[in-house]
Design a protein around this ligand. Structure first.
Ligand code: 5GP
Ligand code: MN
Length: 343
């Protein structure tokens, strides 16, 4: 976004508007944090704002201020469509292509006649937004939303609610400030968010220390299902629908599990394969350390994408066929995996 874009956005927001704010499907902490921060900010400016998430999100995000007012497109379809019909501006936050909201909602968004504003840190954003703020070097969309407020010269509008939402999103997308994408600037922004009312210990507790017993049992199953391929510096985890059912799987329960595989000494590439019999897909999460780009890997082989060190993908064949396929591709990357350094 250049200076003239910012001036145009300022102009656009200078009169009362109906605005919708949209995260990607299966929204994570960064997606919900950025949308709810934007929601509070725009409401504070006197706009009529609705967050429309494509579908539900984990319980450990439902304490976020404003979460109760968000619609889910699949469950509150009529209200969601009405909000979009009436909106003159739609913010697209934390995703780079319309299909990331799911087919149903993408069809509705394709017909949207107003102005799209996209703020996102994923690679290769589609050219759909009139105003695009894209930067793949920034750790989180929440940090970008902070920088967007900064560009609007409006950091003083950040309330404790906004600070809390932004802190939560930066925290979750940086693995609690430890991934390489965390910069000194991230820490400065986080410090400012604390000064503006984000309660760090409380936010960490709300997100990470509210596990159910069955979620930890599922984590135990995941770890015992883990397979390590030393010579390819790779570890993977398989979770069948049966595993999920046995431990009363709830949305979000597998979030972060793949990081345990990546935490093994010597491993630079970690994958989790999760069977979803409802959607008839195998959902994959890819993580890497160093130069090995899981974004490229997911795009090339598993209909997905994301970032260099964290990406997702899917397959429509069985979980065992998916894993066989994965194992047959993997040796082609032996050199890349060997040369991806350990962090
Ligand atoms: P996760 O594995 O946690 O679902 O996703 C890791 C990262 O990759 C997130 O930033 C997520 O938004 C992105 N991602 C996950 N699945 C896909 C996908 O199918 N396509 C693209 N482009 N990005 C994805
Ligand atoms: Mn993100």
């Amino acid at each position: 976004m250049n200076k003239s874009d910012i001036n145009e956005v300022k102009e656009l927001l200078s009169t009362k508007q109906n605005i919708v704010v949209v995260p990607h499907r299966n929204p994570d902490g960064d997606a919900m944090g950025s949308c709810l921060a934007m929601y509070h900010y725009l409401q504070g400016k006197g706009h009529n704002v609705t967050v429309v998430a494509p579908n539900d999100y984990p319980d450990f995000l439902k304490w976020l201020p404003g979460s109760k007012n968000a619609f889910k497109f699949d469950m509150q379809n009529r209200q969601s469509k009405e909000a979009l019909d009436e909106a003159s501006i739609t913010f697209l936050l934390d995703f780079n292509a319309l299909h990331r909201v799911g087919d149903d909602m993408a069809n509705t968004l394709e017909k949207f006649m107003g102005t799209f504003i996209m703020i996102d840190h994923h690679q290769q954003p589609d050219n759909i937004a009139k105003y695009l703020y894209s930067d793949t070097s920034i750790c989180s969309t929440c940090q970008m939303v902070y920088q967007f407020f900064e560009m609007l010269n409006d950091l003083e509008a950040i309330t404790p609610e906004i600070a809390t939402c932004l802190y939560a999103g930066i925290m979750t997308d940086t693995g609690s400030f430890r991934f390489a994408s965390t910069t000194s600037k991230t820490h400065r922004i986080v410090a400012d968010l604390m000064d503006k009312g984000a309660k760090n210990a409380q936010i960490h507790n709300n997100v990470y220390d509210t596990n159910s017993y069955s979620r930890l049992q599922l984590l135990g199953r995941s770890l015992s299902n883990m397979v390590v391929i030393d010579e390819l510096k790779t570890a993977y985890i398989k979770l069948t629908q049966e595993d999920l059912d046995e431990f009363n799987y709830q949305k979000g329960d597998t979030e972060g599990v793949v990081n345990y595989a990546l935490s093994l000494k010597g491993v630079v590439f970690a994958v989790i394969f999760i069977e979803d019999t409802d959607q008839k897909i195998i959902k994959m999460s890819f993580r890497s350390k160093g130069k090995f780009s899981v974004n490229k890997f997911a795009r090339a082989h598993f209909n997905g994408g994301g970032h260099d060190n964290a990406a997702g993908g899917r397959s429509t064949v069985s979980i065992d066929a998916t894993i066989s396929n994965f194992l047959s591709i993997l040796p082609d990357y032996k050199n890349d995996l060997k040369n991806s350094y350990e962090k």
